[in-house]
Design a protein around this ligand. Structure first.
Ligand SMILES: Nc1nc2c(c(=O)[nH]1)N[C@H]1C(S)=C(S)[C@@H](COP(=O)(O)OP(=O)(O)OC[C@H]3O[C@@H](n4cnc5c(=O)[nH]c(N)nc54)[C@H](O)[C@@H]3O)O[C@H]1N2
Ligand SMILES: Nc1nc2c(c(=O)[nH]1)N[C@H]1C(S)=C(S)[C@@H](COP(=O)(O)OP(=O)(O)OC[C@H]3O[C@@H](n4cnc5c(=O)[nH]c(N)nc54)[C@H](O)[C@@H]3O)O[C@H]1N2
Ligand SMILES: [Mo]
Length: 705
């Protein structure tokens, strides 16, 4: 392949380079980067890309601020001060890599390679930079495996038990829906490019319903906001099923041919009358019945589900119950019906990319949600002695930060952080390595929202001494003496291996075309109705209302309502001390913690705020603008109060996730209060299952109490 396609354009003259947004967002945008004399001067959305439609979000539209930020890490650095002090001195790449190879080698010999833990998530979703050479390296090394559960694990597990997959209908077909249910998802902030399609459906007469305890931008823009109590979604879904079955609104023909276990399910949902569901969810019984009737009769009925309901103890079961609803009413039959989540991600499943065959037998797995435990548990054998972080900011994103912090500050822990920015995690490193941004490396970007694969050609040469993840692991593999030829593959080789995977969705995709055109639709037809005639990828090939696989796994084979761990109803003693349920969902101007230190985005998002209902604020003497402390037994953070009867229900409060600790008042953000407990199954986090108390801090001139 000509170098001009996988490398940056010539240093002289003006060029438009095709790129792809790497961030952890379903929209997977195609970008056009204008480069003048070797410097990127503009990024914009590709107007021809059917999903991007020429529009970038508030964050990525300012990507140049990121690339050319004075806060970038541009050279390898070694710690000189105490851990967390932020004192570092510059070293050469050779010194840094030699030291890493030496330390990892020594630990691998004694006590053994499992004392090494890689920690990465989705700083980039690129096929090459997210998980390829890094996985090969750690697999061959025999390091502990990391279970990457922090985002969608519970929801995916629940959906897989019900319908065998998470991939489904093409979001471009949302315009054909006549009833759009947005379930636990804040589309206008987190899936922005879905909105024009939803608005299109609405123009054609669709009704848009948003199910969310918080009146988000999306809820406010919908026709009907169903503001249920946090973590009660499974009860609502089972209540809807109760009404649908009681009133004979189910699609009997579809169910007979394409479902198993309906009789047992019918028995289960008898317990979920609208009256009981109203008690559990805090909704009106009539609204529960109305939602069920409308969902069953307004066809086609489409659904977009998000992370909201996955973040409480019953997250797995909630996803399981919700993903059964389309089959119950036969929504899968029609274009515009079903669940809208495309995935061009089949590409990443190629075993040649990550080489799981290199993993030594009996290698242990550590759940990333439990990082604090993994770093501090005295019973862990061998203990974690080396942590290698890339594509993630665990010092902010992981729950139970007090424990994470204790772990990261351990003097005997050797920590490498490969990063673009001086964030809280980098501050705890022994060695910091500079990472390239998306404008500086090559990649292919699969989407977890739509059905396009997008190519990213580097626009400029790396700044300073920054290097891509793949390159660093290639160099480390050489130093460790790993001689499998896979460690010599170039980024382009990896991309080709990925495309060569025999998945039917990848038929017709070619690297040359991808690079020239910027993107290609994967091999999924227009008007995609994958389950119109059943064919669910479950063990039975049907939609599983009863799941034998769950029974075998020791789980309830039927969908159930697993209530939150922490709520006034389920933990009354705890709730006496910490009465408020705190939701910490995504910030509009942030992308997790990636953009939180970029000045213009930090300004637009503003400092940490906690929103409370007047009924909760009043007795606490809290008014808008007051400084408050939010706390429980796990920890605390400081914020500014906003009192609002509109946005939150009584007993529930909200704060946006994404603020860095070092940029937060008091040096702590919300994950000091969240729990590292796991969901019912799937091993997911319970960030929004979090009881807290909120206390006003003294106002100016007021005595401290
Ligand atoms: N602007 C922006 N966009 C992003 C991100 C970001 O940080 N900022 N992050 C990206 C990532 S990593 C992801 S995973 C996606 C996530 O995108 P979303 O799925 O939208 O995720 P969240 O914001 O976590 O939660 C969605 C909504 O669920 C609601 N919710 C909370 N608890 C419950 C509950 O018990 N039941 C119900 N029904 N709703 C509940 C919250 O109030 C929130 O409005 O967004 C991606 N896009
Ligand atoms: N309380 C609370 N906690 C949450 C959530 C919540 O809603 N509330 N959301 C959860 C969810 S859904 C998720 S997905 C996680 C997000 O967790 P993470 O995936 O850790 O997300 P980020 O904070 O964006 O951190 C990614 C880091 O990767 C770096 N990076 C980007 N590109 C590259 C690269 O090419 N190479 C290297 N080496 N580094 C790179 C970025 O600079 C950034 O610091 O957080 C979870 N935590
Ligand atoms: Mo996520």
């Amino acid at each position: 392949m000509p170098r001009e396609l996988t490398g940056p354009p010539p240093a002289a003259g003006t060029h438009v380079v095709r790129g792809a947004c790497p961030h952890d967002c379903p929209d997977g945008c195609a970008m056009l980067v204008t480069v003048a004399d070797g410097r990127a001067v503009e990024v914009r959305g590709d107007p021809e890309h059917p999903f991007t439609r020429g529009h970038l979000c508030a964050k990525v539209a300012r990507y140049l601020e990121r690339v050319y930020s004075p806060d970038r890490i541009l050279h390898p650095m070694r710690r000189t001060g105490e851990k967390g002090s932020g004192e570092f001195t510059r070293v050469s790449w050779d010194e840094a890599l030699d030291e890493i190879a030496e330390r990892l080698g020594a630990i691998a010999r004694n006590p053994g390679p499992q004392a090494i833990l890689p920690y990465s998530y989705a700083g980039t979703m690129g096929l090459v930079q997210w998980g390829s050479m890094d996985r090969r390296f750690f697999h061959r090394l025999g390091a502990s495996l990391l279970d990457r559960t922090i985002c969608t694990a519970a929801g995916y597990a629940g959906s897989r038990y019900s319908i065998g997959t998470v991939a489904a209908c093409d979001p471009e077909d949302l315009v054909h829906s006549r009833y759009v249910v947005l379930w636990g998802v804040n589309v206008l902030s987190t899936h922005l490019h879905f909105w024009p399609l939803i608005a299109g459906a609405r123009q054609r007469g669709a009704r848009v319903v948003c199910i969310d305890p918080i009146r988000t931008r999306t809820a406010a823009a919908s026709d009907w906001h169903v503001a249920l109590a946090p973590g009660t979604d499974a009860a609502l879904a089972l209540g809807m099923a109760h009404v649908i079955l009681a009133e004979g609104l189910e699609d009997r023909d579809y169910l007979e041919r394409h479902a198993v276990g309906l009789e047992a399910f019918r028995h289960r949902v008898r317990h979920f009358s609208p009256r009981r569901v109203a008690e559990l969810t805090g909704l009106d019984a009539e609204d529960v019945a109305r939602l069920a009737r409308e969902y069953a009769t307004r066809r086609p009925a489409g659904m977009v589900w998000g992370l909201g309901f996955q973040r409480t103890a019953g997250g797995g079961m909630a996803a399981r119950a919700i993903t059964l609803l389309p089959a119950l009413v036969g929504a899968w039959r029609e274009v515009g019906g079903g669940i809208f989540r495309g995935r061009s991600g089949a590409i990443g499943a190629n075993p040649a990319i990550q080489r799981a065959d290199l993993i030594p037998p009996d290698t242990r797995t550590i759940n990333m949600v439990e990082l604090g435990k993994a770093l501090t548990d005295p019973a862990l054998d061998p203990p974690v002695l080396a942590l290698y972080v890339y594509n993630s900011n665990p010092a902010v994103v992981a729950p139970n930060q007090a424990l994470v912090e204790r772990g990261l500050r351990r003097a005997d822990l050797f920590t490498v952080v490969h990063e673009q920015f001086w964030n809280d995690t980098a501050a705890c490193a022994d060695l910091v390595l500079p990472a390239t941004t998306q404008l500086e490396h090559f990649d292919l970007i699969p989407s977890w929202g739509h059905y396009y694969l997008t190519a990213n050609r580097p626009a400029v040469t790396p700044l300073g001494e920054a290097r891509p993840n793949s390159e660093v692991f290639r160099l480390l593999a050489r130093r460790m003496g790993f001689d499998d030829p896979c460690f010599q593959d170039s980024d382009e080789d990896i991309a080709r291996q990925a495309l060569a995977y025999g998945h039917p969705h990848l038929r017709g995709l070619e690297l040359e075309t991808l690079l020239e055109r910027g993107w290609q639709r994967v091999n999924v037809p227009r008007g995609y109705t994958p389950y119109a005639e059943g064919g669910f990828p479950t063990p039975s090939g049907k939609c599983e209302f009863y799941s034998e696989a769950m029974a075998v796994a020791g789980l309830d084979p039927l969908p159930a309502f697993v209530p939150p761990r922490e709520s006034p109803r389920t933990a009354p003693d705890l709730a006496r001390r910490f009465p408020l349920q705190l939701i910490s969902a995504k910030g509009h101007y942030f992308l997790n913690t990636s953009f939180s230190a970029q000045p213009s985005l930090a300004r637009d998002e503003g400092p940490p705020v906690v929103e409370l209902h007047p009924e909760d604020a009043g007795p606490r003497g809290i008014a808008t603008g007051d400084r408050v402390r939010v706390y429980n037994d796990r920890g605390d953070f400081l914020a500014t109060a906003r009192v609002t009867a509109d946005r939150v229900r009584p007993g529930v409060c909200f704060t946006a996730f994404g603020h860095w600790h070092r940029r937060s008042p008091g040096g702590r953000a919300v994950n000091y209060t969240t729990s590292d407990a796991l969901t019912d199954f799937g091993g997911g986090p319970v960030f929004y299952d979090n009881l807290v108390q909120v206390k006003r801090l003294p106002r100016a001139g007021e005595p401290r109490t």
